[in-house]
Design a protein around this ligand. Structure first.
Ligand code: PMP
Length: 286
């Protein structure tokens, strides 16, 4: 049985408890991070810790745990649960005031809730899906306007994933005002010639930690990067497409709305970026 962390305690998963009054449960008033684990080490922990603080600040939520303690908890869970490849999920909510109320509780009276757990994913780095590539469909982006804050309100992304499954695809890319925003749980890219194109950062998308690293590595490898909007039609005519996220790293996309890209198999750029990303991030894993 897994050991999880709740508000300072390490507990067997079936003994961990959160109040029914928790604002994470009642109002999705919480933020999260997912950090991947390779070779028993955390990939880009620093990036995730910085974004966590940014999300908390944006929601005026107190951070109850220091970065050093957070790193200790991550490492301890990886150790206890013997995770070689997998991920650590972290969630902080505004806690559990006695009553349900739209107004935020007084932060001096209501402690935030901190929960962490691991998910074991053997074979994460060597995933067969990365060799085959994935299929995506396009759907309307009807999410709220602060997608840069990593909140736990994931109902629409979850519905998008189900729409994709129903259509025989693996994921959905969301479209707003004619342009692709991002995938349900990943950032979206197309490749034309040697150029990597991805939407620029704004409140419209999550500022992916993997995105930042991949774009940095791409530029260091002298690849051309253009941060701009692109339409789904432009994507269907691209040479390649791919997604990035902490749990999938870099994953080629070979089909969009039933249209095959290139030969319908992963191209040259996405697999190369995956290789570079895995190699470089492992060097700095903690
Ligand atoms: N966009 C969305 C909507 C996401 O949910 C995620 C992953 N949580 C990402 C992008 C990718 O971010 P990261 O690389 O930090 O995992």
């Amino acid at each position: 049985m897994r050991t999880v962390y709740v508000n300072g305690d390490y507990l067997p998963e079936n003994e961990a408890r959160v109040s029914i009054f928790d604002r994470g449960f009642l109002m999705a008033d919480g933020v999260y991070e997912v950090t991947s684990v390779l070779g028993g080490k955390l990939i880009d922990f620093d990036g995730h810790a910085v974004r966590l603080q940014r999300s908390l600040d944006a929601l005026d939520m107190r951070n109850p745990i220091s970065k050093e303690d957070l790193l200790d908890v991550h490492r301890e869970l990886v150790r206890i649960n013997e995770i070689d490849e997998g991920m650590v999920y972290l969630q902080i909510t505004r806690g559990a005031p006695g009553d349900r109320d739209f107004a935020f509780p007084d932060p001096d009276e209501t402690e935030p809730t901190v929960v962490l757990f691991t998910q074991n994913k053997p074979g994460l780095a060597n995933s067969p899906a990365a060799k085959k590539g994935m299929k995506v469909i396009s759907i309307d982006d009807i999410r709220w306007g602060r997608r840069d804050i990593k909140t736990v309100q994931l109902l629409y992304p979850s519905m998008g994933k189900m729409m994709a499954k129903k259509a025989g695809a693996d994921d959905a890319w969301m479209i707003e005002d004619g342009f692709v925003t991002e995938g349900t749980s990943n950032n979206a890219y197309i490749v034309k010639g040697n150029k990597i194109i991805t939407r620029a950062l704004s409140n419209d998308i999550l500022h992916g930690i993997t995105r930042a690293a991949v774009l940095r590595f791409a530029r260091e490898a002298q690849m051309e990067v253009e941060e701009r909007n692109f339409t789904i039609d432009e994507a269907k005519e691209a040479d390649e497409a791919f997604i990035t996220s902490a749990s999938t790293f870099v994953m080629p996309v070979v089909e969009i709305d039933g249209v095959s890209l290139g030969e319908g198999v992963p191209g040259r750029v996405a697999p190369r970026l995956r290789e570079i990303y895995l190699e470089e991030s492992l060097k700095k894993a903690v």
